[in-house]
Design a protein around this ligand. Structure first.
Ligand code: IPM
Ligand code: MG
Length: 357
């Protein structure tokens, strides 16, 4: 078996964590006697420097021709003052859109070994945390009309949050299918007390809920959800929400697991091809210093094997390897605890790869 994997290391810590991911994929390839054909592509700041654009056509084309795409992170101070459509982040939004990956799965799972690395009290985390945030990824305020005009006394700017029935339906069905395979509980998060787009979301979700009588559906305002995630995270199983709320709540949920460096993500559309990326950013302050936690990227590869490459056993191997390495006491700085072994990015990557067996 040969699988084509597009690699987009990107900026900041992106290249270092993707490199660790490849070590793990190589270990999987040796164990399962399959080959991964890697194609390295530019996107984000590095693409701006090399080609003048954050998302070259060549990158889009090569991604579409692959079985899966692995992305590190994009962005950095150097490109912060460019106009919006030329910033590194425009590359990221562009590739998500080009691949049509509307469903962004962001699991927040607490490894028991990291309980004391979390910022929350141990009793709140008792029994473990396993929340799946499903974020709509290619609609809403991220993609609506953006404009800036001069008005008397200053300027005026707006970003439109728009959703169509179709966009809400497809992500809702995806969320129900996932909830069905878990504990059959779906929470839709919105701001229906204020936003018209949220009222449409609520109508569509409630309409579809009848098709899934085995799943318990409830609705929650986003401000309350932000509070409940900290107060009583165990009440959640699957959360489905629009793009920006999902962006914010997933960073918040990462704190339940100890670090932003622990959260992977998978973005899927209608086909098998998926885009896999850690939820964290490019962390330019620690880039190139062997300090970044590669676990989010490595766990994203586990999701890639599971959802795009039909290699469930290998996905479980990776998750077990991460757990074993944590058992051994290895910790990158972001999840360091007293009495544990502080390791760098490379050593963490090597150890996880060695434990794929
Ligand atoms: C994420 C990131 C991106 C987003 C940024 C880098 C554009 O925060 O993947 O959560 O907002 O989607
Ligand atoms: Mg984010």
């Amino acid at each position: 078996m040969n699988k084509k994997i597009a690699l987009i290391p990107g900026d900041g810590v992106g290249p270092e964590i993707v490199k660790q991911g490849i070590k793990v994929l190589d270990a999987v390839s040796a164990k399962y006697n399959c080959t991964f054909e890697y194609k390295e592509l530019v996107m984000g700041g590095i693409a701006i420097d090399k080609t003048g654009h954050p998302l070259p056509e060549k990158t889009i084309k090569a991604c579409k021709e692959s079985d899966a795409v692995l992305l590190g992170a994009v962005g950095g101070w150097k490109w912060d003052n460019l106009p919006g459509h030329l910033r590194p982040e425009a590359g990221l939004l562009g590739i998500r859109k080009a691949l049509g990956v509307y469903a962004n799965l962001r699991p927040a799972i607490l490894f028991p070994q990291l309980k004391s690395a979390s910022f929350l009290r141990e009793d709140v985390l008792e029994g473990g945390i396993d929340v799946m945030i499903i974020r709509e990824l290619i609609g809403g305020i991220y993609f609506g009309e953006k404009k800036r005009v001069d008005i008397e006394g200053g300027e005026k700017a707006w970003d439109v949050m728009a959703y169509s029935t179709h966009e809400i339906e497809r992500i809702t069905r995806r969320a129900y299918e996932i909830a069905r395979k878990r504990s059959k509980k779906l929470t839709m998060v919105d701001k229906a007390n204020v936003l018209e787009s949220s009222r449409l979301w609520r109508e569509v979700v409630m309409g579809i809920s009848g098709e899934y009588p085995d799943v318990e559906t409830n609705c929650m305002y986003v401000d309350n959800a932000a509070m409940q995630l900290i107060r009583n995270p165990k009440q959640f199983d699957v959360i489905v929400t629009e793009n920006m709320f999902g962006d914010i709540l997933s960073d918040e949920a990462s704190m339940l697991t100890g670090s932003l460096g622990m959260l992977p993500s998978a973005s899927m559309g209608e086909g098998q091809i998926g885009l896999y990326e850690p939820i964290h950013g490019s962390a330019p302050d620690i880039a190139g210093q062997d300090k970044a936690n590669p676990i989010a990227a490595i766990m994203s590869i586990a999701m890639m094997l599971r959802y795009s490459l039909d290699m469930e056993a290998a996905a479980s191997d990776i998750e077990r390897a991460v757990s074993k390495v944590l058992d051994k006491g290895y910790r990158t700085a972001d999840i360091m605890q007293e009495g544990m072994d502080l390791v760098g990015t490379e050593r963490m990557g090597d150890s996880i790869a060695e434990n794929i067996c």
